[in-house]
Design a protein around this ligand. Structure first.
Ligand code: GDP
Length: 443
């Protein structure tokens, strides 16, 4: 999970101060010493840490906190607000041109995830009912052109490519012409990457920039490289005037230093974060929600958005009906499993719940894809009849299912028991919901 260490340490520190009815300057000093260490350990730029600590300190010993009735909670509010401000305050939205197409140059060093992210962004735009065109302008790496074409095919998004003979500037210009003719409202130009920043690369990127005058120049950087990512962002910004950053591989970045430093160091906002290799794994970056996640207050809004995007509404309604009528079967169970999976890794999802950091063992949960696969295998080894009527699964059927799914009879027993318990719980919940409705009806 992203920000693991920082979240743990900050939450521990803040817990000590939360309930205090009186907060002294010494308390604040002690707390800020720990906050400072936590941030440095998370690989946040040291100047950023210094400024941050000073700002919080100033506010925490000020009137707004000391005079309040709940100074402990007030301090946490200050930390939350300052963390949010540090990451840019508001969600920085993607530009949209008054005269389409909106042209976006994707830039970044090799391996940062630029091409993958270009595909993810295309998918994101598609979901917003946009009609993007991908442009293969990395002519030095034939594999990059191919990679983009494959992505385009998977997403059913057109890819403009002229092979590796034309210059990137020509390719970009012609792509925009085509986009106008074919009514693509976004043009995403995948430019060349290098292993290091060099003059030739910057020269070429500047030429493309001048030729096509893009609304956005989005720099893709790898969160796992920590402060290197921030330095790269600074160089690109100095030489190219980027308009925003996309931070990839935040799913694997347990420290989070880059996410916390980019805006403060470069002045440019993080617009999106990459949370995995799948094409759905791109999230708009909301500083307030991220701060809330770090402080263990959860990020219910993102969770709800994900659920809205990934869960089939018709199916959800059908499910509700089944639960009410107690017709929930193993087939529905499998379908549920699939839908939750589509939303992303379970530990990531659970991490968005308030107080999740405090739940012991959540981190080790790593919600065991292996276990889920096992469950799936067991259900798939059932006959149609068994899935609809689990009651008929007797000892010999259990043995057969265990064999068919490569598990043990105990595993099968456990799942059947869990399923029964779940059904019981659903019945109770349905009853409760029913009663509530009735009561409302009487009023
Ligand atoms: P490019 O050289 O910058 O175009 O990089 P690629 O798009 O080829 O990506 C390099 C590697 O990073 C690939 O294996 C991607 O699957 C992986 N990658 C990209 N974004 C993410 C992300 O957000 N999370 C994870 N875990 N992997 C990512």
């Amino acid at each position: 999970m992203a920000f693991e260490g920082l979240a743990d340490r900050l939450q521990e520190t803040l817990r000590k101060i939360r309930g205090k009815g009186k907060v002294t300057e010494a308390d604040v000093k002690e707390m800020m010493r720990e906050v400072r260490l936590a941030l440095l350990e998370a690989d946040v730029n040291f100047k950023v840490v210094r400024d941050f600590v000073n700002r919080v300190k100033e506010r925490a010993v000020g009137q707004e906190v000391l005079k309040s009735l709940t100074p402990g909670q007030q301090v946490i509010k200050v930390v939350n607000e300052e963390l949010t401000a540090l990451m840019g305050g508001e969600n920085a939205k993607l530009a949209v041109s008054q005269r389409p197409p909106t042209v976006i140059m994707m830039v970044g060093l090799q391996g940062a995830g630029k091409t993958t992210t270009t595909g993810k962004l295309a998918k994101y735009l598609q979901k917003q009912n946009r009609n993007p065109l991908l442009v293969a302008a990395d002519i030095y790496r034939p594999a990059a052109i191919k990679q983009l074409e494959v992505l385009g095919e998977r997403l059913n998004v057109p890819v403009f490519s002229l092979g590796d003979k034309e210059s990137p500037v020509e390719i970009a210009k012609k792509a925009i012409e085509q986009a106008k003719e074919q009514h693509n409202d976004y043009v995403l130009i995948d430019t060349a990457g290098r292993l290091h920043i060099d003059e030739t690369l910057m020269g070429e990127l500047n030429q493309i920039k001048e030729a096509v005058n893009p609304e956005e120049i989005l720099l893709v950087v790898d969160a796992m490289t920590g402060q290197d990512a921030v330095n790269v962002a600074q160089s690109f910004n100095d030489q190219l005037d980027i308009t925003g950053v996309i931070l990839t591989k935040l799913d694997g970045d347990t420290r989070g230093g880059a996410a916390l430093s980019v805006k403060a160091v470069t002045g440019q906002p993080i617009k999106f974060v990459g949370m995995g290799e799948k094409l759905e794994a791109l999230e708009p970056f909301h500083p307030d929600r991220m701060a809330s996640r770090i402080l263990g207050m959860g990020d219910v809004l993102t969770l709800i958005e994900k659920a809205q995007q990934e869960v089939d509404k018709e199916k959800a309604k059908e499910l509700e009906r089944k639960i009410r009528k107690m017709e929930f079967t193993f087939d529905d169970f499998l379908e549920q499993l699939e839908q939750v999976r589509n939303m992303g890794p379970l530990d990531e999802l659970l991490g968005m719940l308030p107080g999740a950091g405090k739940v012991k063992g959540l981190k080790d949960l790593k919600v065991d894809e292996k276990k889920l696969k096992q469950v799936e295998a067991i259900v798939r080894s059932m006959t149609k009849e068994e899935k609809q009527n689990p009651e008929i699964i007797n000892a010999s059927r259990r043995k057969r299912i265990a064999q068919g799914s490569g598990t043990s009879v105990q595993d099968v027993n456990r799942l059947l028991k869990q399923f029964q318990d779940m059904k019981k719980m659903m019945k109770q919940m349905a009853n409760m919901a029913g009663k509530k409705k009735k009561r409302k009806g009487f009023k």
